[in-house]
Design a protein. Structure first.
Lengths: 383, 165
């Protein structure tokens, strides 16, 4: 353009007509240039607006960046937290694995234990069988002990029984002798002879009774249970002991009241209980100024209580508990086996009863026996 | 021994109190036998009657034979007492003999031995009694003689011309 303007000015100088056209053209140029200037100005202003907007935008961006930085920091925190949690989870997982492993081990161990338990059960069964066998053995031994105790009691009774037998034998001799005399004297009265012989027969049955009682007592019979009259048991025991007690001048009183207590048990065993207690009482009163034994009984609902008290010196304090122990005796060596009261205790126990002893200082001992009545009688008593 | 003999038997066995008196009646004709079933009953009898012999069992409830023997020795010291003991009770036999028993009879009782022992005891008792009677009679005679002698001496002293020695 400048080149064009120069050329035109050169042309205008050269040609004045041409100068007018050239001016017009210049004016047109100026107008165009002004127009362009105004346009450029508009553009500049628009640009300034845009710049302002841009700055605003930039500010906003900076703010957003700051916010973003905060968010990033938060995010970083969260990330760390998550990492920690992951770590924790990981260790938990590892722990869980361990636990699972352990549980597996436990399961194995449990299995082993179960197997061991089965073995133990087997052993236990064997042990139980063994125990049962031992128990049976013990029962057999106890029976043997009871038998031994009975024989020991019999041994002690022998002296008294010898006396008891001596009397009827002596009387038989006298009665038969009298009969022989009557025959030799040719007494024609038969009745007299028969009477003497009759007396002799009575004495024979008395002796037989004593012997058969002893044999029944000594026999190792199987232990049966049947309704037994306690009064009869006590009387039979006393009949075996009577001579011994009589000769030692021991006064015996029996007061069982009006009741007829019946217990379910074994007559021989219960008789042994009273023989043992009477033997014990007999020895206890040996040195006492007054020699007395008192047997008393009372029947209550469902049970009978029998006490056997002696007038001896009593049991030294502290020995009441040991008195029922086997082989415990205060008698001299050879005088007592120490079995009597332990056997008594065993028998009463087997009969579902209890036996205890009380011995207040300065008084004799009293044995208390508590025995359940036979079922039929229990009904009667309660009826 | 023409008079009736009386014997007391003491025992707590009623059968023996039947058998033994009968044996005595059969073997010792005419004897009177009484019985007592305890020492206390025996003492009551002894108080009212003087027996020719007493036979007692040694073992009895309450007062026994030895205690009864001691009582008899105080109340009837002259009555012979025989003790019945069990076989082999030597210690009791010795105590009875020391206590003044005249003899002892062991059970089972041999009737021959028993009757012989009883006879001997009664005979000894009768002899004793006889000896005592004679002694008493002799003492009477001696006293009489003594008196006669005194009388004679007095008569002699009263004679004239006799000086005292």
């Amino acid at each position: 353009m400048p080149e064009t303007a120069t050329q035109e000015r050169q042309a205008a100088v050269a040609d004045p007509g041409a100068a007018v056209t050239a001016e017009q053209r210049l004016r047109a140029h100026v107008e165009t240039l002004e127009r362009r200037l105004r346009k450029r100005d508009d553009q500049r202003r628009a640009m300034l607006h845009i710049m302002g907007d841009l700055s605003e935008f930039n500010k906003r961006l900076a703010n957003q960046r700051k916010a973003m930085l905060h968010v990033l920091a938060d995010y970083e925190q969260d990330r760390r937290r998550l990492a920690r949690q992951t770590e924790r989870l990981d260790s938990s997982r590892r722990a869980l694995l361990h636990i699972l492993q352990d549980s597996h081990q436990d399961k194995l161990r449990l299995e082993a234990s179960r197997k061991a338990m089965i073995h133990i059960m087997g052993d236990l069964r064997e042990t139980t069988a063994e125990m049962q066998r031992r128990e049976q053995e013990l029962r057999d031994k106890q029976e043997q002990l009871v038998q031994a105790g009975k024989l020991a009691t019999l041994g002690e009774l022998t002296t008294g029984v010898a006396h008891e037998l001596n009397n009827p034998l002596n009387n038989i001799g006298l009665f038969v002798g009298n009969a022989v005399d009557l025959i030799e004297l040719a007494v024609t009265e038969k009745r007299q002879i028969v009477r003497e012989l009759g007396h002799a027969m009575q004495q024979v049955s008395k002796a037989t009774e004593i012997i058969s009682h002893l044999r029944t007592f000594g026999r190792a019979a199987p232990v049966s249970r049947e309704p037994i009259s306690l009064r009869q048991v006590i009387e039979r025991a006393l009949s075996l002991m009577r001579e011994q007690l009589r000769l030692r001048e021991i006064e015996v009183t029996v007061d069982l009241g009006l009741e007829e207590p019946v217990v379910l048990g074994n007559a021989i065993q219960l008789e042994q209980v009273f023989i043992n207690l009477l033997t014990n009482a007999r020895d206890a009163v040996a040195e006492a100024p007054r020699k007395a034994i008192r047997i008393a009984g009372s029947t209550g609902s469902g049970a009978v209580e029998v006490s056997l008290a002696d007038s001896g010196h009593g049991i030294p304090p502290g020995l009441e508990r040991r008195i029922f122990d086997p082989f415990f005796t205060t008698k001299e060596v050879g005088k007592g086996t120490g079995l009597g009261l332990s056997i008594t205790y065993g028998i009463i126990n087997e009969h579902g009863g209890t036996i205890s002893v009380v011995s207040p200082p300065g008084e004799g001992a009293t044995f208390l026996i508590h025995l359940p009545l036979a079922p039929a009688q229990t009904e009667e008593t309660s009826a | 021994m023409t008079t009736t003999l009386s014997v007391l038997i003491v025992d707590d066995d009623p059968a023996l109190l039947q058998a033994l008196p009968q044996a005595l009646r059969l073997r010792m004709g005419g004897v009177t036998v009484e019985t007592a079933d305890s020492a206390a009953a025996a003492l009551e009898r002894i108080a009212v009657q003087d027996y020719d012999a007493i036979v007692t069992d040694i073992k009895m409830p309450g007062m026994d034979g030895l205690a009864l023997l001691a009582e008899i020795r105080t109340r009837r010291p002259d009555t012979p007492t025989l003790i019945i003991t069990g076989h082999g009770e030597n210690e009791l036999v010795v105590r009875a003999l020391r206590g003044g028993a005249c003899d002892f009879i062991q059970k089972p009782i041999d009737r021959g031995y028993f009757v012989a022992a009883l006879y001997r005891a009664i005979w000894a008792h009768v002899q004793n009694r006889r000896v005592k009677d004679r002694q008493v009679a002799l003492e009477c005679c001696a006293g009489e003689l003594e008196r006669i002698l005194d009388g004679l001496e007095r008569e002699l002293g009263a004679l004239p011309g006799r000086r005292a020695p």
